[in-house]
Design a protein around this ligand. Structure first.
Ligand code: FES
Length: 323
């Protein structure tokens, strides 16, 4: 059988518990071949043993040619993707991956502020490595519930840039907690901000950054889980047309547009199915979209970009095109 386009197989060559509920995996080619190159902020799609595809950021230093390193948090709820990784991906296991791709790339800047919430440290770790290798100015702020939950702490403490890493624990004294006003105050025009973590953490940081005068164009973020509110209220039936595809497809309240199209043989790229990775993005040609994703910005929504994995329609018909 021909391998499916874009997918290839790697082997788990190392596996360690790197924090409470976080496992660190190292993936390599079975033959020791070079892997597709990546830059800081990239992720791969990984088909978990539970059969669902999840995106995981690459956290090793870009330039590493033979290995991908991941840090995977055991998430409660969901469809068991991370649980099956924790329980079944042992050393020697083979796993299908696709990518790497990057929706969270570093922009040139005089100074870069990296701000991680929990497992959101993974892409920012690769960014810190890249910025350090390039001799660029940066600081990394890492907010986490407790020291036991702080993945990659030993590695960060051992790096030559350890003095630029600031750790904030929820269970520490008040004067050592993250102070958004102090960290984000007095923004300069030449500074870029990168935030990664749970949706609530990103919303908090973005609001704090706006309050301190940061412009949207200098705030870059990547979410690690969808907003649970976004999934509720599926609404009623509506019709979908895809330009270049014959037919009008009726989307039921209990299915996504992508699920509906897939059922009719219209296969479109998808990965997270939660509106956080950007794999499925299409353009709205006509109709009124009901955006439910966490990936696109307001201005991208206004320019008619749309995520059919989770977003819906307010009009009776939505016409979409591939981009
Ligand atoms: Fe990830 Fe749609 S598949 S945003």
């Amino acid at each position: 059988m021909q391998p499916e386009a874009g997918w290839f197989e790697l082997v788990v060559t190392s596996r360690k518990a790197i924090a409470e509920q976080v496992v660190g995996l190292e993936l390599r080619s079975a033959c020791g071949d070079r892997l597709p190159a990546f830059d800081a902020g990239s992720h791969i799609d990984l088909e978990t043993p539970a059969g669902v595809v999840r995106n995981y950021s690459l956290c090793n230093a870009p330039g590493e040619a033979y290995c991908y390193e991941l840090g995977i948090l055991l998430e409660s709820g969901g469809r068991g993707g991370s649980r099956s990784v924790h329980e079944d991906l042992t050393v020697g296991a083979r796993v299908r991956v696709r990518g790497p791709r990057n929706h969270f790339a570093l922009q040139p800047a005089e100074h870069t502020v990296l701000l991680a919430g929990g497992i959101g440290i993974t892409p920012l770790l690769a960014m810190a490595e890249q910025l350090h290798a390039d001799g660029r100015s940066f600081e990394l702020h890492y907010c986490v519930r407790s020291r036991g939950r702080a993945a990659f702490l030993d590695r960060l403490n051992a790096r030559p840039y350890a003095d630029r890493v600031h750790l904030y624990l929820d269970d520490c004294a008040a004067d050592r907690k993250f102070d958004a006003e102090r960290v984000l105050g007095r923004p300069s025009q030449d500074t870029q901000l990168y935030v990664c973590g749970p949706a609530g953490f990103i919303d908090y940081v973005r609001a704090a950054a706006h309050a301190q005068g940061w412009q949207d164009a200098r705030i870059h973020f990547e979410r690690f889980s969808a907003d649970p509110q976004a999934a509720c209220d599926p609404g009623g039936h509506f019709e979908v047309v895809v330009q270049g595809v014959d037919g009008v497809f009726t989307v039921a309240p209990d299915q996504s547009i992508l699920q509906c199209l897939g059922k009719h043989g219209v296969e479109l790229p998808m990965s997270c199915e939660q509106g956080i990775c950007g794999t499925c993005v299409m353009r709205v040609v006509s109709g009124e979209p009901d955006h439910r994703d966490m990936f696109l910005t307001d201005s991208e929504h206004q320019s008619q970009l749309f995520t059919p994995c989770c977003s819906r329609s307010r009009s009776t018909r939505l016409v979409l095109e591939r981009i």
